[in-house]
Design a protein around this ligand. Structure first.
Ligand code: NPG
Length: 373
């Protein structure tokens, strides 16, 4: 297949409730949507780089810039390509994994659509539905948090992950565990807000029967995570630290984690995600699929990935209505505590062009002969 043009749109989806982590608060989800025009059809994806580089180094203006000036033109020049070639073509340009992931995902979508197979079959999914969890934002009061958790449990979510930060951790988790009982799968996520100096305090989380504690320390400190792992009974799961297959192999070899969150936009794509999955499967490391408040386009792709056999823990792939009143694709809904994998060719969902038009606030097309707005 040959890429003829790369269309970028910035969209802004209002969130049904603000999303607060130890690092940032979002009131709306601003995403970059990619429509890849090729000689075999159009492929869709999203780039989930945030407005500001607070989750990690990439941000939306940077993604627009690097796709427009460097990554997009490299693909347009490449001639005949396949999904597996995207990574090689973009390899000379360091970093920018979220942008690379968006381009690879759009290529995968159109490639699979054209071949008449679903992305989930292409990646090797073995399930038709996957158990999903919910990532619960930081709330002002414990009462508000408990209300929120009750609602999600009534919805049917298979696990609750609480965002924590220094000062809102042990006592909050104690209250939630006492409220929900011991049978609910409970996890916590620190988004790198802690240091080894407060490790003694953190070991107190061990008393709550947590399935895991996610990314407590800085993203670039595997050594400190390995040290913390030796002090805590609760398994450590890494998110921000796992930027590639190599980083995953290092983390496993150092004993820095016992669980890995695979987030395609953080590791440069769905094919690298599958390699990390394979590595983990071979090392008895459970994986689960992370989320970035995706629209239906990213959610569909993440569901396809989460169908692989090593994804044994519920992912951050909530139903659409947990985040948005309206999406740019058909909504994804819970069926019990699972969401069904889309089955149609490619992503298995189509953008609703009217909704996409309404949410779009900026538009650009990159062609071999130049850019038009
Ligand atoms: O369900 O999509 C989801 C959200 C999961 O908590 C979640 N994502 O820190 O990993 C994170 C967080 C995030 C959201 C990070 C948006 C960056 C942007």
């Amino acid at each position: 297949m040959k890429i003829q043009a790369i269309e970028l749109r910035r969209i802004s989806l209002p969130l049904v409730t603000p999303f607060r982590t130890s690092q940032f608060t979002e009131y709306e989800r601003n995403l970059l949507i990619v429509a890849l025009h090729t000689d075999i059809g159009v492929g869709w994806s999203e780039c989930s780089a945030d407005d500001e580089p607070v989750y990690w180094s990439e941000y939306q203006d940077g993604a627009v810039d690097v796709i427009t000036k460097i990554l997009g033109p490299a693909l347009l020049r490449a001639g005949d390509i396949t999904p597996a070639l995207v990574e090689q073509i973009l390899a000379p340009y360091k970093g920018h994994r979220t942008s690379k992931c968006a381009l690879e995902a759009a290529v995968l979508d159109v490639w699979c659509r054209n071949a008449g197979i679903s992305l989930s079959d292409h990646l090797g999914a073995v399930r038709t539905a996957v158990p999903v969890g919910v990532s619960v934002a930081i709330e002002d009061t414990v009462e508000q948090l408990l209300d929120r958790v009750d609602g999600y449990l009534q919805d049917g979510y298979a696990r609750i992950k609480l965002k924590i930060e220094p000062g809102r951790d042990v006592e909050v988790v104690r209250a939630v565990r006492a409220h929900v009982g011991n049978d609910v799968m409970l996890e916590v996520e620190g988004n790198g807000a802690y240091s080894l100096a407060d490790a003694q305090h953190r070991t107190r989380l061990d008393e709550f029967g947590l399935t895991l504690v996610e990314q407590p320390l800085a993203f670039d400190d595997l050594r400190a995570h390995a040290a913390l792992a030796g002090m805590m009974r609760t398994p450590i799961c890494l998110d921000e630290s796992i930027v590639s297959l190599r980083a995953a192999a290092d983390a496993i070899a150092m004993g820095a984690c016992r669980v890995i969150n695979v987030k395609p936009c953080r590791v440069g794509g769905y094919l690298e995600s599958r390699r990390i999955h394979d590595l983990c499967l071979g090392n008895d490391i459970p994986v689960w699929c992370g989320g970035m408040l995706e629209s239906g386009l990213g959610r569909a792709a993440n569901l396809a990935l989460a169908g692989l056999p090593g994804f044994t823990l519920p992912g951050d792939i909530s139903a659409t209505d947990r985040y948005f009143a309206e999406d740019v694709t058909r909504p994804f809904v819970l069926s019990g505590s699972t969401i069904e994998l889309p089955t149609g060719p490619g992503l298995g969902v189509q953008p609703d062009m009217a909704a996409l038009g309404r949410f779009t606030n900026w538009h650009r097309t990159i062609r071999p002969e130049g850019i038009d707005a």
